[in-house]
Design a protein around this ligand. Structure first.
Ligand code: ASN
Length: 626
């Protein structure tokens, strides 16, 4: 198949309307869904009557619909159902399509006008839509994008999906514009690459959001990440440095923290700064200050007046972080001038950007239930990859005997080639270790730089395999190492689906607790339930139930699992379904409810089961309990 909308036109076939819902059970082509939150910025602006750029309502989405690289109209006309009308769809990439919907904010903002409450709104919208999409793009002005990206990285807790911020220096519909590439690249990264981070996509690079600063007002390369190389580069090929991806660990669900503390500020040292200025700055209601000092974190140690003011503020609970004024590099306590600040209660901010340090303070300070000590502890900690933690030397892949001997056998010697070999072998090794529940082997592979979320040739990760095999402790280990619960294999199935297929209830519970949701199309789910009901496969019904499935989902004849169970006279299935809240009032396309099916065929025992259930429900209503 070709890559463009033109090519696609020739291969797609119009689907007959009558069979549409049935056909929906199999995706016409694998698709990913992306929500685009359009907040404003130059990217969607238009020149107004006064000759200056200004955002304009609905302008962006209507224009995008006319551009083939942003919207394959033929495919959409042939394949989208009524509930998908608002979606746009890209021509396919890597054998997949990205469908996306634009949520346009009113009013659209120049990012210089944004407030902390706007970050809260974006975070809430991400939360609301989190389960329905595979990834998110935030279209944003460039001026304060680094602040928003940093803030969102903290506000989004236990993030498991990509959030890509982008914008442009020239509006997207100008003849020359960086906006088209930036937006397309962002859609691809959000839809097709499971990097669970808040990122900035600009000038063919993916940067960790909380590491970026706007560095150039006049260049397409507006952003830099001075202390961390790009997570991905989009050249002729897209290269992702998977070992650099930051993953949240643990088994808690995604949530957002929206009320940021506004009593924070940035104070830049300069020679001769007066004590009065510093004192005024540190006055209540100030709660957190980012102090931008010289070089490797130095402030004058021959100014006891200044140090006293800083110490006083710190003593009454103001949290002060020391970062460097230099664009690149970090704060170290190798100079007496830096040590003096540390002794005054100032926290070392390492190599954090001013944007990251400020928003981190704002986030931590807004945690109302935390003690001051806990807040100070969290400020020091690397929370979202915003600072470099100097740890043990990286173990190189050359240390790994197996890779080494394979490399020798294949006469592979260059570092680049060995890296490729590692990338090819590791996913299979990890899946093999997961299959036997060998946590030690997984840990070894991880220590050697392996990415525990990397998929094998079938798109399956170690988590898919461990869940399928029912290795609970391996699943726990993988989740604590940040393995993705959202990764879909080549059939579109997530680890939750594997756990259901393996009927492993405790793993299903754990995955659901961590935020996994069923991603099956409703009709596919209905058919699975009907099948299980017809074969009295109660364990499968129970597995779907535990995963949060709606037991009343209807197949293409609008029949539920209960209809099927009645017609197949599977009493155990009927029992289970009735005990788990299945409704017997759903009508199929022939106008029959499950009870009516039983009555029509005079299945007396089954009719009695329904009557018994009705009596039970009535009893509970009247007496409150069984
Ligand atoms: N002033 C614009 C903004 O930040 C700049 C841009 O997007 N290039 O909204």
């Amino acid at each position: 198949m070709g890559d463009t909308a033109e090519d696609t036109k020739h291969v797609s076939q119009k689907r007959p309307l009558l069979t549409k819902s049935l056909m929906d059970s199999a995706e016409p082509e694998p698709t990913s869904r992306v929500l685009v939150i359009y907040t404003g910025g130059t990217i969607g602006m238009k020149t107004n009557d006064n000759g200056v750029y200004e955002p304009k309502e609905d302008f962006l989405v209507n224009k995008l619909r006319t551009l083939p690289m942003f919207h394959d109209k033929t495919y959409a006309d042939e394949n989208f159902g009524e509930d998908e009308e608002e979606f746009l769809v890209m021509p396919h990439q890597k054998g997949r399509r990205v469908m996306y919907k634009i949520l346009e904010y009113k009013p659209l903002l120049d990012s210089s006008n944004m407030m902390m409450t706007d970050w809260g709104k974006i975070a809430s919208d991400l939360y609301e839509s989190y389960d329905k999409y595979d990834g998110f793009v935030v279209l944003h002005g460039t001026d304060t994008m680094a602040y928003t990206a940093s803030a969102l990285s903290f506000m989004c807790e236990n993030l498991g999906k990509p959030i890509v911020l982008t914008g442009s220096q020239i509006p997207i519909f100008e003849v020359r514009s960086d906006g088209r590439d930036n937006f397309l690249s962002s859609l691809i990264m959000a839809g097709l690459y499971n990097i669970p981070e808040v990122m900035v996509c600009f000038d063919n690079k993916i940067l960790r959001g909380n590491r970026t600063i706007k560095n150039d007002a006049g260049s397409f390369a507006a952003f830099i990440s001075p202390n961390l190389p790009p997570i991905a580069t989009l050249e002729i090929r897209i290269f992702v440095d998977w070992s650099a991806v930051f993953r949240s660990t643990g088994t808690e669900k995604f949530r957002v923290h929206t009320n940021m503390c506004q009593n924070v500020g940035l104070l830049r040292m300069f020679p001769g700064i007066t004590t009065q200025t510093v004192r005024a700055f540190l006055q209540p209601p100030m709660q957190g200050v980012v102090l931008q000092t010289y070089g490797a974190g130095n402030a004058p140690d021959n100014r006891p007046d200044l140090l006293t003011v800083i110490k006083e503020a710190s003593n009454i609970g103001v949290i002060i972080i020391n970062i460097t004024q230099c664009t690149k590099g970090c704060v170290m306590s190798s100079y007496a001038t830096g040590k003096a600040l540390e002794d005054s209660g100032v926290i070392c901010g390492g190599d954090m950007t001013p944007e990251a340090a400020l928003t981190k303070l704002s986030y931590v300070l807004s945690k109302e239930t935390w003690t001051l000590e806990k807040k100070r502890k969290f400020v020091r900690r690397n929370l979202r990859g915003e600072m470099t933690v100097v740890g043990k030397e990286n173990i190189t892949i050359l240390d790994f005997e197996l890779i080494e001997s394979v490399a020798r056998t294949l006469s592979v010697s260059s570092t680049e080639e060995i890296k490729k070999l590692r990338d090819a072998l590791y996913p299979s090794l990890m899946c093999a270790a997961a299959q036997t529940g060998d946590i030690q082997a997984l840990e070894k592979l991880r220590e050697l730089g392996g990415n525990l979320s990397s998929p094998n040739q079938d798109g399956r990760s170690a988590l898919h395999v461990a869940t399928r095999e029912g290795h609970l402790s391996t699943v726990q280990y993988l989740l604590h190492q940040g393995a993705s619960i959202h990764l879909k294999d080549c059939n579109g199935f997530t680890p939750l689906h594997d756990a259901i297929k393996g009927k492993h209830l405790s793993i299903i519970r754990l995955l659901v607790k961590t935020g996994a949701i069923l991603t099956l199309k409703p009709i596919t789910l209905a058919m699975e339930l009907c099948c299980a009901a017809a074969t009295e496969d109660i364990e499968t019904l129970q597995a779907y139930r535990t995963a949060g499935a709606n037991l009343n989902e209807c197949d293409y004849d609008k029949r539920t699992a209960l209809h099927v169970a009645v017609d197949a006279e599977c009493k155990r299935s009927i029992h289970f379904l009735l005990d788990n809240g299945a409704s017997w009032n759903v009508e199929d396309i022939f106008g029959n409810t499950a009870v009516e099916c039983a009555k029509k065929r005079n299945l007396t025992e089954i009719i009695e089961m329904f009557q018994q259930k009705e009596r039970e429900i009535l009893f509970v209503k009247e007496n409150g309990t069984k």
